[in-house]
Design a protein around this ligand. Structure first.
Ligand code: ZN
Length: 345
């Protein structure tokens, strides 16, 4: 994984790494509901510098001012850049470069691509965070060498990305690949947020779902580690569940096993529909890796059709917390400089 050296300038970076940065420099922006990350990368997605701060969510104006301030600082410190890529937790009209709606940010109908282009005078590309994470894995991570790939990002919800014939599939208006809203229980619980559906995959296998299921287990088994954590006032959520499972706690492993089997039902549908070579599972809620993925692989082996069930590999994402900024920069490289960007690990 590319790392972020403590460089304060390109010259300093050259001294630190002994390498000369590539000819182009690209800014990647991960504009999320709580976090705003900005990274300067070269055109092989090597990180030159990165900063992470909070998002401003009081108003659209405050949110954009915060973004401008951080970009002004990056451009001021590192000089002119060649392009800006933005990934944001929002519904996007990709062709128009416009944020249509955002659940966790106060942004609605914002022409972000044009606003940034006018301010910085460089090409800008904007897409949703799940698509950019998928691109980062496809071109620079777990998906190198594939042409048919699907990614699920397990976070508060579940984001999806679909690569078919080597290209991101966006649908008619850029809203495709909402794979977290695939129904896996027709009469299941109501879905989260603005989704009017019931029994979506997101209800069973997102970070929110993991926290809810962990608390159910804690209440049902008060003597368990989860039960004791709840009784002591500790926050019982997805991250705690993953940590306990990785430490070998049997109660936490059992909950993640059930989550993994639900995830597997969703992946079996994906495998039958898209026949991918690779399904990549990323996001903060996927930290338990194989504890979660082994039950999912088992369900896919049991339920998906032959031969695609035997052809697909289900793997953890290569990029961790940097997936958003790296993916945003990857989006700019892929869309604006399609002949650039040799794969790297
Ligand atoms: Zn849903």
């Amino acid at each position: 994984m590319p790392t972020c050296p403590p460089a304060s300038s390109l010259a300093a970076l050259t001294e630190v790494t002994g390498t000369v940065p590539q000819a182009r420099s690209i800014i990647g922006v991960d504009l999320g509901g709580t976090k705003l990350a900005v990274a300067l990368v070269d055109d092989t997605l090597g990180v030159i510098a990165k900063t992470v701060g909070g998002s401003a969510t009081e108003s659209a104006e405050a949110c954009l001012d915060n973004l401008y301030r951080r970009l002004d600082e990056a451009v001021g410190e590192y000089g002119p850049v060649d392009a800006i890529g933005v990934g944001t937790a929002s519904m996007i009209n990709f062709r128009a470069g416009r944020i249509v709606l955002s659940t966790n940010l106060p942004l609605r109908d914002v022409p972000l691509r044009d606003l940034l282009h006018e301010r910085y005078g460089v090409p800008v590309v904007v897409d949703n965070d799940a698509n950019v994470a998928c691109l980062a894995e496809f071109r620079y991570g777990a998906g190198i060498g594939t042409t048919e790939m699907v990614m699920l990002t397990l976070g508060t919800g579940i984001g999806g990305g679909i690569i078919t014939n080597g290209h991101l599939y966006r649908g008619a208006s850029g809203a495709a690949a909402e794979l977290g809203h695939m129904v896996i229980e027709a009469d299941g619980p109501r879905c989260q947020g603005a989704c009017p559906n019931y029994g979506c995959l997101e209800v069973y296998a997102s970070g929110e779902a993991m926290g809810r299921l962990a608390r159910d287990e804690a209440r049902a088994m008060p003597e368990s580690t989860l039960g004791q954590a709840l009784a002591s006032g500790e926050e019982v959520d997805g991250p705690l569940l993953s940590r306990l499972a990785l430490d070998g706690d049997p109660g936490a492993i059992a909950v993640l096993h059930d989550v993994g089997r639900k995830l597997g039902i969703g992946i079996a549908n994906i495998v039958n529909i898209f026949n991918p070579e690779l399904v990549v599972i990323g996001g903060g809620a996927a930290q338990a890796a194989d504890i979660l993925l082994d039950p999912a692989r088992q369900v896919v082996a049991e339920r998906a059709l032959y031969p695609e069930r035997d052809e697909v590999r289900i793997v953890p994402a290569h990029h961790g917390q940097d997936a958003g900024v790296l993916g945003a920069a990857a989006l700019a490289i892929i869309e604006l400089f399609p002949d650039q960007g040799a794969p790297r690990r």
